[in-house]
Design a protein around this ligand. Structure first.
Ligand code: PHE
Length: 339
């Protein structure tokens, strides 16, 4: 009985103190192994008298069970600890890192080019716009046929001053908003989201983006404009491209221009991208209309400027050879993950 008590005290302490699986296994062999200390006692039961057996037997069996479960418990604990320890030899897990959307990449590139030419980047402007900023102030009065160029999402709810609200059809309203609160001279670009209520196809989306540009000063003129955009396209497409200005009509500019660049794919020979014309239409532009300067709070006899609007989707499609504008917002990761 004394021997059993000794084994119990020693074994319990040693099992508790075992610091790794190897020493725990050694303890199991030491006490419960084939010639372990407790095993030997259990074996010696055979040589004992009946009385002795009755006393020692159950005690020894109980101790065997106790030690056995203590060792199992401890084993579990030690294995868990082993798993959580840093094992530098295990192969690493590849971490998935996100990346910019192709449109964000192009927008950032465009913005960076203008920033390097001392343009300020003006953020935002409301996407829910008033009829005044989207149309009236831009020299597009009510019932003017030019409004039909913009298929508009009108909102049912009226604004705070009971004015009609819409989803802005272009970023040009920011021309007025900026002029109202700033004094010339300045040169800004304003990236933003715009909306048109029209049928979608490979080159039309109801939701797309624009970057508006406005430069106003006492003698800002079309040569300045031409220089800026030639520089812009050369940097964007990383080669000198011929730029062509064609007369066009936008109510908020006079003269109004459509800007073409020499086809970035065929260089002007004619291909499927430029529909054999050799030219790509890339932006609407012009000299800011006197009525627009007035609406911005400026005297058109004192100040003049140019404005243009460019579509990052169109630029991205040309740059990356993307055949369908709907891919940008389609959410197909096989497309997005190529960038
Ligand atoms: N706002 C015009 C559009 O959406 C583009 C434009 C901007 C044209 C500035 C001239 C000047 O089509």
């Amino acid at each position: 009985m004394d021997k059993l008590e000794q084994i119990k005290i020693a074994a319990e302490r040693e099992i508790k103190d075992a610091s790794n699986l190897k020493s725990l296994e050694d303890l199991r062999i030491k006490y419960l192994g084939r010639s372990g200390e407790l095993t030997m006692i259990l074996r010696s039961l055979a040589d004992m008298s009946l009385e002795e057996k009755k006393i020692v037997g159950p005690k020894a069996q109980a101790l065997r069970m106790e030690l056995d479960s203590m060792i199992t418990e401890k084993n579990k604990k030690l294995s868990e600890r082993k798993r959580s320890v840093l094992d530098v030899s295990r192969p690493g897990k590849k971490i998935k890192i996100g990346h910019l959307h192709p449109l964000s990449i192009v927008e950032k590139e465009i913005v960076d080019i203008f920033r390097s030419m001392s343009f300020s980047v003006i953020d935002g402007g409301p996407e829910v716009e008033t009829e005044y900023y989207n149309f009236d102030a831009l020299n597009i009065p009510k019932n003017h046929p030019a409004r039909e160029m913009h298929d508009t999402f009108w909102l049912e709810k009226l604004g705070n001053k009971n004015e009609r609200l819409l989803l802005r059809t272009h970023t040009s309203p920011m021309q007025i908003r900026y002029m109202e609160t700033h004094k010339p001279p300045f040169q800004i670009i304003v990236p933003g989201r715009v909306f048109r209520y029209e049928a979608t196809d490979a080159s039309h989306e109801i939701n797309f983006s624009q970057i508006e540009c406005l430069m106003v000063g006492k003698d800002v003129n079309l040569s300045n404009f031409k220089f800026i955009i030639e520089e812009f396209f050369a940097r964007l497409f990383k080669k000198k491209l011929t730029v062509r200005l064609r007369p066009s009509y936008f109510p908020f500019v006079e003269p109004g221009l459509e800007v073409d660049i020499q086809c970035v794919k065929c260089g002007g020979k004619g291909c499927n991208i430029c529909k054999d014309s050799g030219w790509l239409e890339v932006m609407g532009a012009g000299m800011v209309h006197p009525n627009v300067l007035k609406a911005g709070g400026y005297d058109p006899r004192e100040y003049q400027g140019f404005a243009f609007g460019v579509g990052p989707e169109r630029i991205a499609m040309l740059k990356y050879n993307i055949p369908d504008i709907r891919m940008f917002y389609g959410g197909d990761l096989r497309f997005i993950n190529q960038f």
